[in-house]
Design a protein around this ligand. Structure first.
Ligand code: ZN
Length: 269
């Protein structure tokens, strides 16, 4: 198998970012829109980062289905979040249908013979294989029943051309043009989710001082990029800086920073 192209990797990363933030988007529908960023307080933001980091270390399920589905909201408090969720879900479901129609093999049929008459019943195990994207019909919602998370996981698998154990021939690789379209769709959907969650490139001051030097801390997000926390003392910050930029925390380092902030808060309580 050849290595995934940069476009495939980018598409898969954007799809993963959408499903990782999907729970936040659904939760945001139930809350009144915040007047300023962050929608929830900054410590919640850091909690999320620490939790996301812990999740990455947990074993990945083979089929990533979670019952995190968009439900009817009789009285949504944040219409922007609801609209974004409906748009993104519609776009990714439609794109999964499109991709499946192009690259997913139809269910096999078996030939059977009874008294000289041939019949071709569908192989139901193949038709119902859990790795298959199933279309919506008048009688069934198909794979849509599993919500956006599964659509994103399935599309990630197609972008990276992941082999399905036990059904290696289920899908063919995406043609380059279709992969480009998937990458564009995933990028636009991710932007929409991050915009409505206020994670599209803003800076906010954290309420706690730097646990090492007492300087003020600022959290910054970039659309499509990893969040960063900066100590305003920068070069003068006394935080240990082995192998990284002094006074700057990103990725897994944020969990360490958060641990320190939490410790300082407990000590002060
Ligand atoms: Zn500092």
């Amino acid at each position: 198998m050849t290595a995934p192209t940069p476009t495939a990797v980018r598409a898969a990363a954007d799809l993963a970012a959408i499903r990782e933030q999907w729970g936040d988007l659904l939760a945001a529908i139930e809350e009144p829109p915040a007047a300023e960023w962050p929608p929830r307080e900054a410590r919640g933001f850091l909690d999320q980062l620490a939790a996301a980091d812990a999740d990455r270390h947990a074993a990945e399920p083979v089929i990533g289905r979670v019952p995190l589905t968009l439900r009817e909201h009789p009285a949504p408090l944040n219409l922007s979040a609801l609209t974004a969720a409906l748009d993104v879900e519609r776009d990714l479901f439609a794109f999964a249908d499109h991709v499946a129609s192009r690259v997913q093999r139809l269910p096999r049929a078996h030939r059977t013979e009874t008294h000289g008459r041939y019949r071709y019943p569908t192989d139901t195990a193949d038709r119902d294989h859990p790795a298959r994207w199933r279309y919506q019909t008048a009688a069934s919602p198909g794979s849509r029943v599993h919500g956006l998370h599964w659509a994103a996981v399935w599309l990630e698998g197609r972008a990276l051309n992941d082999a399905v154990p036990g059904a290696e021939d289920l899908c063919t690789p995406l043609p380059p043009l279709l992969l480009d379209q998937l990458a564009a769709t995933a990028r636009a959907a991710r932007r929409q989710v991050e915009r409505v969650l206020g994670r599209d490139g803003r800076t906010t001051d954290l309420p706690d001082p730097c646990p090492w030097c007492g300087g003020s801390l600022a959290a910054r997000t970039r659309a499509g990029g990893e969040p960063v926390v900066l100590c305003r003392s920068r070069g003068a910050c006394s935080a240990p800086a082995e192998g990284r930029t002094r006074g700057v925390w990103r990725g897994a380092e944020l969990a360490e920073l958060w641990g320190r902030l939490d410790g300082a808060r407990r000590a002060a309580a």
